[in-house]
Design a protein around this ligand. Sequence first.
Ligand SMILES: C[S@@+](CC[C@H](N)C(=O)[O-])C[C@H]1O[C@@H](n2cnc3c(N)ncnc32)[C@H](O)[C@@H]1O
Length: 279
Amino acid sequence: MNILKLIQNGSKSLKIKNIQSHVLDSELIASFVLNCSREDIIANNQKNVNFEKISFFNKLIKRRQKYEPISYILNRREFWSKDFEIDKGTLIPRPETEMMVDGIIKFFKKKRISFLDVGTGSACIIVSILSENINSFGVGIDISNKAIKVAEKNILKFNLQNRSKLFNRSYENFYGYKFDLVVSNPPYIKSMDIKNLSKDIRNYEPKLALDGGKDGLDVIKKVIYKSRSTLKKNGVLAIEIGNGQHKKVSRLLKLFGYKIKLNIKDYRNNVRSILSVLK
Ligand SMILES: C[S@@+](CC[C@H](N)C(=O)[O-])C[C@H]1O[C@@H](n2cnc3c(N)ncnc32)[C@H](O)[C@@H]1O
């Protein structure tokens, strides 16, 4: 069988499961299995594929047929133009988070800062900020041991071990440091809404990374409250929030002594992160 036929077969198997990105996913899986770029497999699509690779390809297509996200199948995700290692212990980094990172980088320009990333997951936020602010230092904490293991791999991959530190710890149990910036993309989905998420999220992404408790604000509240003691005076809190949480979270920020500096919106014009200064 040649590459073209392999991709067509894979795409057909995904289409019958109503997977919208069936062609792209089949091409991505083929390029992963054949260990070459998507451009290369398209340019050489008449080449034959051996039996071993066909059966590996079919195995991965079967996983995708069960709605496993492509990032978990390939163990990678691009974020801030970098290739991050990902597994089921971490959230798949999202574009809204890239927008928050963009806002932070523009806010601080090239200023040297120390910062804390609460719920670091794959360390995508730390790595991105450190790659732009070359004199800065970042600390990442996560309650999930599995996530910290992935974060460690990415810190090593991008050679940032001298400018960062990771702790497997909850924010509630984190003491002793003060930062110029606390950034967090906390879990913020209401517990009762988890069952309504699409299958690829609901069945595969870690609950610890999604579930924000009864009103979705459990961890957001902790981050706002606790950051009063981990931020320096005039330190910045950058927090990602869920759709529709803007008003409530703004109110909480003001109540706890923060002054809102910037609301960052997603492509649908919803405020999805807030930068505020601790007064
Ligand atoms: C939405 S994910 C964000 C992951 C990553 N920062 C990103 O943006 O892709 C939230 C992360 O917070 C962690 N987490 C949840 N509650 C926490 C807590 N109380 N303290 C520290 N980390 C927590 C979860 O394990 C998860 O990795």
